[in-house]
Design a binder for this molecule. Structure first.
Ligand SMILES: Nc1ncnc2c1ncn2[C@@H]1O[C@H](COP(=O)(O)OP(=O)(O)OP(=O)(O)O)[C@@H](O)[C@H]1O
Length: 315
């Protein structure tokens, strides 16, 4: 069974800028694959190449085994997409907007009722789209992407601009989509929490390169443990932890120190606690932290912090 999506050394240059740099990703069938990266990391450029909207400078992309550059139409038939610009006609109803796409794709009329049911929009389908909330437009966009039941859905930042209720709704739809439709979902986001709550798989892109990919549960299990320290002096605590070989992230009132995989987090916590107290730094709490996608992301996208130990009396 070929993967739902596969790219091989996919590369796109804009002038001298490498927007996507030899990116090889694999999205297994039936996954909800979270494609994660900061703004400008290269997510949209990758998605556009997968959809055949722009050509790669080199490398290849395949959807359900079909090469996108070689068989663009064949590949396009297998994908539904939700991109940022909706392009709906505000003066037409939701149903009429869907009908325009249905006719283009030469699909039977009943497809409209089916996709409206999936996104729970059947009750609003007769209203003009100009009266829709942004969340309703996003759902209509999702419904349009699902017309014809393509086996792959590609969604660019599907919760962008939504209010908390809209975000919660959209997350629920996305998580349920593989079970409800049999589709594989690739969704891009710059929000860790969003991917953590919806995705089964994750790919992290940083400066055009795929720096990590895999099943989320396995990545979490395999990641280096971290110690969270609440303290009165995060700056000195961070410097001290870094001098002892930890990679450290600093936040108001606390630091997160990442261990090397295989280290015993409890013993390391005790040793770090002793060192902090000896350096006259108040420790309000200390202990191993639950493994999160945020921790994984920090490990792959930031270089370790190594700062010289400052003597307490000099600070
Ligand atoms: N048409 C273009 N011409 C020149 N440079 C571009 C073009 N499109 C994208 N870029 C550049 O390529 C890089 C990757 O952009 P891309 O839009 O793919 O990132 P992204 O991860 O989707 O970010 P965002 O979430 O902000 O859309 C950026 O540095 C961007 O400035």
């Amino acid at each position: 069974m070929s993967p739902a999506i596969e790219t091989l050394e996919l590369t796109r240059r804009y002038g001298r800028r490498l927007a996507v740099d030899a990116l090889s990703m694999t999205v297994p069938q039936n996954a909800v694959y979270g494609f994660l990266g900061r703004n400008g990391a290269g997510k949209t450029t990758t998605l556009k190449m997968l959809l055949g909207l722009i050509r790669p400078s080199s490398g290849a992309a395949r959807v359900c085994g079909v090469d996108v550059a070689r068989d663009r139409l064949d590949a396009a038939r297998r994908v539904g997409a939700l991109l940022e610009a909706h392009g709906f006609y505000g003066n037409l109803s939701g149903r009429e907007n869907l009908d325009l796409t249905r006719r283009l794709l030469e699909l039977p009329d009943r497809e409209i009722g089916r996709v409206l049911e999936v996104v729970e929009m059947a009750d609003h389908a007769g209203r003009r789209v100009s009266d829709y909330s942004l969340g309703m437009r996003q759902r209509l966009g999702l419904a349009r992407a699902m017309l014809g039941a393509p086996p792959v859905l590609i969604l660019d930042e599907p919760t962008n601009g939504l209010d908390p209720d809209g975000i919660a709704d959209m997350r629920r739809f996305l998580g349920e989509l593989p079970a409800r439709t049999g589709a594989t979902v690739l969704l891009s986001s710059h929000l860790l929490g969003e991917i953590e709550q919806t995705a089964t798989h994750v790919g992290i892109v940083h400066e055009g390169r795929l720096v990590l990919e895999g099943e989320l549960a396995r990545l979490k299990a395999g990641m280096a443990p971290e110690i969270a320290v609440e303290t009165d002096d995060p700056a000195r605590a961070a410097a001290l932890a870094a001098s002892r070989g930890f990679s450290v992230a600093e936040a108001p009132g606390r630091i997160i120190a990442a261990l090397t995989p295989g280290d015993d987090a409890r013993m390391a916590s005790a040793a770090l606690n002793r060192a902090l107290v000896e350096a006259d730094i108040a420790v309000f709490s200390i202990g191993p932290k639950a493994r999160t996608l945020e921790g994984i992301y920090r490990q792959v996208s930031t270089p370790p912090v190594v700062q010289p130990l400052m003597q307490p009396e000099l600070v």
